[in-house]
Design a protein around this ligand. Structure first.
Ligand code: ZN
Ligand code: ZN
Length: 277
């Protein structure tokens, strides 16, 4: 596997609510969706509105899709794109959907069926033709996705819970950590263990440290906390992610300047960005 390249594509970087329009054209308005391509396998983090274009990309590429969709959690901004992911409608595709914050009371399939139900949505899950598997696990489990791809997981600090991932593939590691709220003056040991020495850390930077006190309890973190974690964990590159809908391009550009000064590997995730690791 080590000769394979690992490609990361950002299809949606916005948090909370899709935010199209001229003020967000540079960084993008679609909600969370990040694709990691490793060999013939696609691992997809979250199915926000960004997954629509990913589905179109995979359809245009042709061939059978063999993908795992790893949900951080099932808040609307992370699942709203599910019905618009074209491969769900093709019988030749195999797609596994994973969530680790719902057991023992909840199930991923129940949540997705609830979103796609009358009177909220016109089409039901039964319209999907792909071979689907809903897999609930407990945050903290190590998931073997096959073909040498492994995902370490951990529970994040978010209302209702959310799962952070560390994906290891082809000798590379990508940490996907959203949505999570930090506690001031402390580095979350679960997050730190997931990001340690990662080639890429993608982190919930909804707020700045200056804004944070007004939003304690909302379940999100800051770019400054991301930098503190990246420094402590020896992370190579840090992607500032899950942008607040109120942070326009001018705001995010200032964040990017300040963050890259504070940590040379830091950058603001932008819709359409492709990284080779
Ligand atoms: Zn979110
Ligand atoms: Zn959330």
């Amino acid at each position: 596997m080590s000769s394979q390249q690992l490609t990361v594509r950002f299809w949606g970087v916005r948090g909370t609510l899709a935010t199209p329009g001229p003020a967000t054209i540079r960084y993008g308005g679609n909600t969370s969706c990040v694709e990691v391509e490793c060999g013939r396998r696609n691992v997809i983090f979250d199915a926000g509105t960004g997954i629509k274009k990913l589905g179109d990309h995979l359809s245009a590429r042709g061939g059978a899709v063999d993908a795992d969709i790893m949900f951080s959690h099932v808040h609307m901004d992370h699942i709203i794109g599910i019905p618009f992911f074209a491969p769900f409608y093709g019988a030749q595709h195999r797609i596994r959907l994973w969530a680790g914050n719902l057991l023992p009371k909840g199930r991923l399939e129940v949540a997705v069926r609830a979103m796609m139900s009358t009177p909220l949505f016109p089409i039901q899950v039964d319209a999907f033709k792909a071979e689907l598997q809903f897999r609930d696990f407990a945050a903290g489990d190590m998931l073997d996705l096959g073909d040498g791809i492994k995902a370490h997981t951990g529970m994040l600090n978010h209302p209702g819970g959310a799962v952070g991932y560390r994906l290891e593939c082809a000798g590379r590691s990508v940490a996907y950590i959203t949505d999570t709220e930090h506690r001031s003056h402390e580095l979350d040991p679960t997050v730190l263990s997931l990001v340690r020495n990662a080639d890429l850390m993608i982190y919930d930077c909804t707020y700045t440290d200056e804004e944070f006190p007004a939003y304690v309890g909302w379940g999100h973190s800051t770019w400054q906390q991301a930098v503190r974690l990246a420094k402590a964990g020896g992370v190579n590159r840090l992607a500032i992610f899950h942008h607040d809908p109120d942070h326009d391009d001018a705001f995010m550009q200032k964040v990017e300047v300040a963050a890259s000064k504070a940590y040379p590997g830091a950058f603001v995730a932008r819709e359409g960005l492709v990284l080779q690791l």
